[in-house]
Design a protein around this ligand. Structure first.
Ligand code: MOS
Length: 717
């Protein structure tokens, strides 16, 4: 049985609500939570396979050139060492930016420092690691690789360019304008679980247990990289310890473990060290952004200019989509947007935690604050008066739009004092105290998704898809949807994820997971429900499922496809951040006292997991604002701070009580279950609320994120 919907129209059928007291929306704790925190369920590196060998990657120590010789003689003579694999496919860069493509085949070509070039396989990890240190590599080095994005001729990304109206004229004639250069540093995904893969080859079929987000694409990538048919590959990733973009594509440990297993005919595990994850998997590009905004005397935007420079390796397709929400967030008749990519020899830039808005919104929202001040308009008011009726560039309606509600409700809950604002109004001991606001926006994405739902003879329900749960709550929300739709207790729903033998889900990325796979499960359940009801002649809530089926099993594959409705609307999550910070007048240290986010993202499927996503997102906002920055050596482009001691993610002491308001919303365009993406919205603009609060506290504007004490103290007087 099949239930297919290609969504060409809004879905107004509020089926989920009709049951009244169903599970969807309730703050259910994660169904797999206990198994995770008690260590019962395994992550990719934790499977115990008999006779499993251990592999350690060897990395390049030049920035650009060719490997001419790998001398493994000493390594091969060491105890426990089984083999050293030098395969061109190990040199491949991760195809992180473009899921679905195999890693690029570049024979022994090195294009960034730290690139994996060989794999040492031994009986134990320690033996492999020890032997890896003795590998001698000879190179033909090409000097002078460009490393600084600001020093090369950048390539314009034509599809991002917008020139509407007469921007220059509007800018020069406006009574109020700003022209700012704002920078953000590179970021690491910094998922807690390091990249790991355990591969097993039986002579015909490869089974890989790996830490991946997008099995639907990863199976093609891996098969392609290994020259296998997809039918010969099975990937298992039922539990993934965070991805944040770094596991969207197959990276080198998975290719390496697979190659070694196929060559040796025994299982091989490859676990990256934290340093290897940082150095080789991918980075978020640093950005340099020019914001030119102008408004009239009332505060209505007349000119909107956002131009950004990002970087990536030569030949890579991904460009940090900094302008993504700038295209539609604020009305202004005269617009200029442009995105340029500089080609530099730092490791691959790819999708990291809300690619685009995570760094674009903090720049835009800081510029909005400065312009509001110049125009003498309260910054909440300023944003409210510039919300467009329709997408200002494409002239499309919004699918649903709760920015105004988020600003209003957020301001009320935070206790925002509207009206004239002046910096340096509150000094407590050594600390200046101030508040700031910023909008949140993150485009809403969906992807094709399939899931099988089976009602078993005993009346329990099983949901199966290769969709992943990367810590977001997929297991839980799918159980809730099936529970509500089929009127069975949530305990009677078994959700099985992360196995490519199951129907293909959308993968976890771009915040599209819940809305997409939730819709596939919804469609399957709806069909099952109507079949059972027509069979029994009574509403499903009055019958026990098992009895209704008379001992038979009933199965349906739900298939959701985003259709034409996507091109008829602009669809985005919106929100508002409010922050109170304190700035130490002597040390420049910034602490966040409290922070609040109000968000509208369609139907909430689980109040608890949704709130957790928001709290996580706001926490990453604090990282963008205050702590996170990749540091590259200007001489060879190697990443210097490549672990969690040197790369500072916000920790408990950096994060105060965070308040989250979820604004009631249903979006019949966004997905059949009327839900939008949640995961990334919480970090799309929040850093600007902190930056704006820093200004309000101490009277100094900073234009470079993160606003570390050295940078703050430099502008304090
Ligand atoms: Mo996300 S950065 O698309 O996993």
């Amino acid at each position: 049985m099949n239930a297919h919907l290609k969504q060409d129209e809004p879905v107004d059928d509020n089926f989920l609500d009709k049951t009244g007291q169903g599970e969807v929306g309730k703050p259910l704790s994660r169904v797999e939570g206990l198994d995770k925190v008690t260590g019962i369920v395994p992550y990719a590196a934790e499977y115990r396979l008999d006779n499993c060998a251990e592999g350690v990657l060897v990395q390049a120590t030049i920035t650009r050139g060719q490997v001419t010789r790998i001398d493994a003689e000493a390594a091969l003579a060491m105890p426990g060492v089984i083999t050293v694999i030098e395969d061109d496919r190990l040199c491949a860069r991760a195809a992180q930016g473009t899921a679905g493509e195999a890693p690029q085949q570049a024979p022994r070509t090195i294009c960034y420092w730290g690139q994996p070039i060989a794999l040492v396989v031994a009986e134990s990890f320690e033996q492999a690691r020890d032997a890896a240190k003795t590998i001698r590599v000879e190179y033909r080095e090409e000097n002078g690789a460009p490393l600084d994005p600001t020093l090369v001729d950048a390539e314009e990304q034509g599809n991002e360019t917008v020139n509407q109206g007469d921007f220059a004229k509007a800018l020069s004639e406006a009574p109020h304008s700003v022209d700012l250069r704002i920078t953000t540093e590179g970021h690491a995904s910094a998922a807690m679980e390091p990249h790991a893969a355990t591969a097993d080859w039986d002579g015909d079929k490869l089974t890989v247990r790996a830490a991946l987000q997008m099995l639907n694409f990863n199976i093609s990538e891996l098969a392609d990289a290994l020259g296998l048919d997809e039918k010969q590959v099975r990937i298992l990733a039922p539990y993934v310890g965070g991805g944040f973009g770094s596991k969207l594509g197959v990276s080198q440990e998975t290719v390496a473990a697979s190659l070694a297993a196929m060559q040796l005919g025994r299982p091989v595990r490859v676990v990256m060290t934290r340093q290897q994850v940082f150095q080789t998997v991918m980075r978020r590009s640093e950005t340099s952004q020019r914001l030119r905004l102008a408004c009239d005397d009332e505060g209505k935007l007349t000119a909107f200019g956002h131009e950004a420079l990002v970087s990536n390796l030569p030949g890579e397709g991904f460009a940090e989509p900094v302008l993504q929400s700038s295209h539609f967030l604020y009305a202004a008749p005269n617009r200029k947007l442009q995105l340029d990519v500089a080609r530099v020899h730092r490791m691959t830039a790819g999708s990291v935690r809300a690619p685009g808005e995570a760094v674009g919104m903090p720049a835009l929202e800081a510029a909005m604050d400065e312009l509001a001040e110049k125009a003498g308009v309260d910054p909440v008011e300023f944003r409210l008066m510039n919300i467009p009726e329709r997408d200002p560039e494409q002239d499309l309606p919004f699918s649903s739009h709760k920015l105004a509600e988020c600003l209003e409700q957020g301001a009320r809950a935070f206790g925002w004092a509207r009206g004239e604002r002046k910096p340096r109004q509150r000094l407590e001991g050594e600390w200046w105290i101030g508040t700031g606001v910023a909008s949140a926006a993150r485009v809403h994405n969906v992807g094709e998704a399939k899931a099988r739902v089976t009602v078993r003879p005993d009346g329990t329900v099983c949901v199966q898809t290769d969709m992943t749960d990367i810590g977001t709550g997929t297991y839980t929300i799918l159980a809730q949807i099936a529970s509500e739709m089929l009127v069975v207790p949530v305990e009677d729903v078994l959700v099985e994820l992360g196995d490519t033998e199951f129907p293909r889900g959308p993968g976890s990325g771009g915040s599209w997971g819940a809305a997409s796979i939730g819709s596939a499960v919804f469609l399957a359940c709806k069909e099952l429900r109507s079949q059972i009801e027509s069979k029994t002649g009574q509403p499903i809530k009055d019958a026990s499922l098992g009895d209704a089926l008379g001992g038979e099993e009933l199965s349906c594959e739900g298939h959701y496809e985003p259709g034409d409705v996507k091109s008829d609307y602009t669809s985005s999550g919106f929100g508002a951040f409010f922050a109170e910070v304190r700035v130490n007048r002597f040390t420049g240290e910034v602490r966040v006292n409290r922070m609040l986010g109000a968000f509208g993202f369609g139907r909430v499927l689980n109040e608890k997991t949704a709130r957790s996503q928001c709290i996580g997102g706001i926490t990453w906002s604090i990282g963008v604002a205050l702590t996170e920055a990749l540091m590259f050596d200007p001489n060879d482009g190697h990443l210097v701070n490549c672990d969690l001691a040197e790369y500072h993610v916000p920790v408990n002491r950096d994060v105060p009580e965070l308040e989250v308001i979820m604004v009631e919303e249903r979006d019949p365009v966004a997905s059949p279950i009327q839900a939008k993406g949640i995961g990334e919205l919480g970090m799309c603009g929040g850093a600007a609320a902190i930056a704006n609060a820093i200004y309000n506290a101490c009277g100094a504007r900073l234009y470079d994120y993160p606003m570390t004490p050295d940078r703050v103290i430099a502008v304090l007087d």
